[in-house]
Design a protein around this ligand. Structure first.
Ligand SMILES: Cc1cc2nc3c(=O)[nH]c(=O)nc-3n(C[C@H](O)[C@H](O)[C@H](O)COP(=O)(O)O)c2cc1C
Length: 183
């Protein structure tokens, strides 16, 4: 049976390149993975006061993580870090204390930018804040997608061959690694 992967998109933008990358990954993933693209619209701010009776959107987000076998973050970089919406999602998913919904799930990180650095600082920040309440984080191969601004046509199709090639290499490696962790 295929391993299910929650692909968390770190941008709310309608024409988000991160969302397009996530959809491209879902399309080219090998049959051993089933990718579910998860956007963060409607996920309310974490507030510890609400933990006794968590809002429905937190419960639903946590359930999405709990029923997945692995988690893949696809994120842009905002001011040399991850966007606030993604940090909020990590805060929501990591609580209540000791009951992180990310627990034990292998993690992949795909950063991207229209610029020349590929969101590498965002990916590094994620690697810094995730340990402790997630499963293992795939270290190699690394993937920081540069120049995504002209990678898609106006229907959202991936038209940059070189980018498709590195995405395919990454998702195949991620699939093999998730498989080795789940056996
Ligand atoms: C508040 C803000 C901060 C940004 N900071 C960075 C940055 O540090 N590094 C970078 O490569 N791009 C930065 N950008 C540009 C984003 O990479 C670009 O807007 C990108 O399209 C956002 O991702 P999305 O297409 O998935 O929405 C920033 C954009 C915004 C709105």
């Amino acid at each position: 049976m295929a391993h299910t992967v929650a692909v968390i998109v770190g941008s709310l933008r309608k024409e988000s390149f991160s969302l397009k990358v996530a959809k491209a990954l879902a399309r080219i993933a090998p049959p051993s993975l089933e990718l579910e693209v998860v956007t963060l619209h409607g996920l309310s701010f974490f507030n510890q006061d609400l933990e006794a009776a968590p809002p429905a959107d937190w419960v639903s987000f946590r359930e999405t993580l709990q029923k997945s076998d692995a988690v893949l973050f696809v994120t842009p970089e905002y001011n040399r870090s991850i966007p606030g919406v993604l940090k909020n999602a990590i805060d929501v998913g990591s609580r209540p204390y000791g009951k992180s919904s990310f627990n034990g799930r292998p993690i992949g990180i795909v950063s991207n930018s229209p610029g020349p650095l590929g969101g590498v600082c965002a990916a590094m920040n994620l690697k810094q804040i995730l340990p402790g309440y997630v499963g293992p984080i795939l270290q190699q191969p690394e993937i920081y997608l540069t120049g995504v601004g002209d990678a898609f046509d106006d229907k959202g199709n991936l038209i940059k061959e070189a980018l498709e090639k590195v995405l395919k290499q990454y998702i195949d490696a991620f699939a093999a690694w998730v498989d080795s962790h789940k056996k």
